[in-house]
Design a protein around this ligand. Structure first.
Ligand SMILES: [Zn+2]
Length: 81
């Protein structure tokens, strides 16, 4: 008889919406389409205030917003069917 193993319920794998971020939702928690590190990075003021991080932050916010809008649009289209 084999030992009973803990059943693993597989969530659909989601990759963080930030381009270049490789976090998956089975490794870290997610807030919508973003992993929590990216989410915190985008939403807290307690980040490195260097110009590079500002540039990245600005770009990432634009990217995340575009991604959110795209996902909202896809959801809307699905609902309309
Ligand atoms: Zn991320």
């Amino acid at each position: 008889m084999s030992k009973p193993r803990t059943r693993r319920r597989r969530k659909p794998l989601l990759r963080c919406a930030i381009k270049g971020c490789l976090n998956l939702n089975d490794e870290v928690k997610f807030v919508g389409p973003l992993c929590t590190p990216c989410y915190w990075f985008l939403t807290t003021e307690r980040v490195n205030r260097s110009q590079a991080s500002r540039n990245f932050r600005e770009w990432a916010i634009k990217y995340a917003l575009a991604e959110l809008q795209r996902q909202m649009f896809v959801t809307l289209v699905r609902k309309m069917r």
